[in-house]
Design a protein around this ligand. Structure first.
Ligand SMILES: Cc1cc2nc3c(=O)[nH]c(=O)nc-3n(C[C@H](O)[C@H](O)[C@H](O)COP(=O)(O)OP(=O)(O)OC[C@H]3O[C@@H](n4cnc5c(N)ncnc54)[C@H](O)[C@@H]3O)c2cc1C
Length: 413
């Protein structure tokens, strides 16, 4: 089977590998080349603990305060409000208790497989050196904030998504001596968490593995696609068209433009995130440390210390607002006394965000030769290998390990 994949990020390339291993002849199209999107600069956390939806009654209670905080973890460009309003309404609806239960079960079903699937992919492509398991800490400045988050962590632990250990005072500082002991007193320790030492490097290795197995990577935009009698036709900007037996849309936050050409309206938005990578931070962390009150992670990587996160709702077109990352980096300077920011590299990425947190994985209703794999939000690195295998399962019609229904595009018809 000749299969086109649109998008050479962590989702598209995992999908390519999974399809090649089932015997497909694969061509991956990307208008900017390998790892041009969110997969390039993310925080590198294999966050298999993240089974709760982003929208929850608890989170919604905090939104007004967060929006009013100029240095808070969430910001909305008010001019963008009319555009994003329908998505926000769906986001609110996803926070209803019955929906939260449904989404949590569906996320937990995926998360059960992500570690094992990455084990397999990393071994297959010789990239086991890029993932380490050193745990992570979520550190708090106040007991109130720590206690407020504990219930959510307990809920995640109850779903089997992670082990959780509260740590305090001296124990915290013995674990990470570089943290400011006057500022941080309480933390949640996730002892089994893994992280990636170089997300960009990982996607490059996936791309090389695709080439080594006979896949083709084409530096080309796809402007639209439509089903034909025998397969799928892809349209290229120069007016050319290419035919395939199947096509998979893995264009991250940009996927909605392509699904519109199929007459399908999927409520995909972007949650923009920012970070800086410090090549010589001058202080050492042995594991990722998050400051949840400020919405950022500090991840030690082979490329330096990466500091960032946050959510900005401003669409795909607005220019970056670098003050967003400056606020996080300045706070990190207080958390890590002596932090050296010389030579730092700034980055902004577009998370492909669904209002209900659930990614879209599966065939387009009425045009089953086109499949969709996008909308992984904050968790695309985490779910990359599992998504690839799910798409291969849809294309080759095997029994699914995971009930595919909660992620199907049919939920929007
Ligand atoms: C600040 C930040 C931190 C994050 N941290 C984490 C984390 O710690 N853990 C985690 O699991 N996830 C994290 N994420 C989320 C994760 O990075 C994304 O969910 C994931 O990278 C999405 O992968 P993707 O392949 O779907 O999209 P992308 O990586 O964005 O790739 C899409 C590709 O499609 C191409 N494309 C788009 N349109 C077209 C077209 N018309 N024709 C051809 N090519 C096209 C683009 O050029 C791009 O290369 C983070 C994201 C951000 C922004």
């Amino acid at each position: 089977m000749r299969i086109a994949i649109i998008g050479a990020g962590v989702i598209g390339l995992n999908t390519a590998l999974a399809l090649i291993s089932r015997g497909a002849e694969v061509t991956v199209f990307d208008r900017e080349g390998v790892a041009a999107g969110a997969s390039r600069g993310n925080a590198g956390i294999f966050a298999d603990y993240a089974v709760l939806p982003e929208s929850s009654p608890d989170m919604l209670r905090q939104v007004p305060r967060m929006l009013l905080q100029p240095d808070g973890p969430l910001s909305l460009r008010w001019r963008y409000l009319p555009r994003i309003a329908p998505w926000l309404l769906r986001f609110l609806a996803a926070g209803r208790p019955a929906r939260v239960k449904h989404i949590t079960l569906a996320m937990a079903a995926l998360m059960d497989h992500v570690r094992g699937d990455w084990d397999q992919v990393l071994a297959e492509i010789g990239a086991e050196d890029l993932r380490v398991t050193r745990g992570a800490l979520l550190a708090y400045t106040s007991r109130r904030a720590f206690e407020a988050d504990r219930a959510a962590w307990q809920a995640k632990a109850e779903h089997g998504a992670c082990d959780v250990e509260p740590v305090m005072g001296q124990t915290l500082h013995d674990m990470e001596p570089a943290l400011n002991r006057d500022l941080l007193h309480y933390a949640i320790h996730l002892p089994n968490l893994s992280h990636c030492l170089n997300p960009h490097g990982l996607v490059e290795r996936l791309a090389q593995a695709v080439r080594d197995r006979g896949g083709e990577l084409r530096h080309h935009e796809v402007t639209g696609l439509h089903p034909t009698e025998a397969g799928v036709r892809l349209h290229l900007p120069d007016g050319a068209a290419v035919d395939f037996d199947r096509a998979v849309v893995c264009a991250g936050a940009h996927s909605a433009a392509l699904t519109r050409s199929l007459g399908l309206k999927i409520p995909l938005e972007t949650e923009r995130g920012y970070n800086v990578t410090l090549p010589a931070p001058g202080v050492a962390l042995s594991r990722p440390v998050s400051i949840p009150e400020k919405g950022y992670y500090m991840t030690p990587m082979s490329v330096g210390l990466r500091i960032g996160g946050g959510v900005e709702l401003a669409g795909l077109k607005a220019p970056p607002r670098w003050s967003r990352v400056e606020v996080m980096a300045r706070h990190a300077e207080t958390v890590l006394p002596g932090l050296n920011r010389a030579g730092e590299a700034r980055w902004m990425g577009f998370r492909p965000a669904m209002p209900d947190t659930l990614p879209v994985i599966g065939p387009v209703p009425g045009a089953e030769r086109v499949l969709l794999a996008f909308g992984h939000g904050h968790l695309g690195l985490t779910m990359g290998a599992t998504t690839g295998r799910m798409i291969a399962g849809h294309v080759y019609g095997s029994n699914h390990r995971i009930d595919p229904i909660p992620y199907l595009p049919t939920r929007f018809t």
